[in-house]
Design a protein around this ligand. Structure first.
Ligand SMILES: Nc1ncnc2c1ncn2[C@@H]1O[C@H](COP(=O)(O)OP(=O)(O)OP(=O)(O)O)[C@@H](O)[C@H]1O
Length: 117
């Protein structure tokens, strides 16, 4: 791949992130949560491996929210009518975000609680 094409694709991807931040409240909530978790990590003092886990969880959470938002838009583009499959697809994508968020919260508690108690 030529460098200019790679830079162009990178720009489009950055536009996608910027659009989601503007249009999706959940993206802003996840970003705020990430800032809070990183601040708590800096104040608490985490091990190298713990930072690796936190970074993977934050990146995964935001990436998954982006995929969820992309799916919502794709479904809205396919049909503007109510359809049970559209509902299932949107709810499953939202479910994936929920599962990852709960998993991340549990791992976060397992990392932070022993240091705070
Ligand atoms: N075309 C559709 N057919 C059937 N059900 C739908 C359709 N579009 C959305 N829904 C359902 O209606 C509910 C609300 O959907 P909506 O698209 O408003 O999402 P949301 O959860 O409010 O997310 P967001 O605010 O990010 O758009 C969800 O259960 C969703 O699955």
């Amino acid at each position: 791949m030529k460098l200019s094409k790679f830079v162009r694709s990178f720009g489009f991807a950055a536009q996608g992130v910027a659009t989601a931040l503007k249009a999706e409240q959940n993206m802003r909530v996840h970003t705020l949560a990430a800032v809070l978790v990183v601040s708590a990590g800096l104040l608490t003092g985490l091990e190298h491996t713990e930072w690796l886990i936190i970074v993977v969880l934050i990146g995964g959470m935001i990436a998954l929210e982006l995929v969820n938002s992309a799916l919502e838009r794709t479904i809205d583009l396919v049909t503007s009518e109510l359809h049970p499959l559209a509902k299932q697809a949107k709810d499953m994508a939202a479910g994936a975000v929920l599962v990852f968020a709960v998993t991340s919260a549990i791992i976060g508690l397992l990392i932070f609680l022993p240091k705070w108690i």
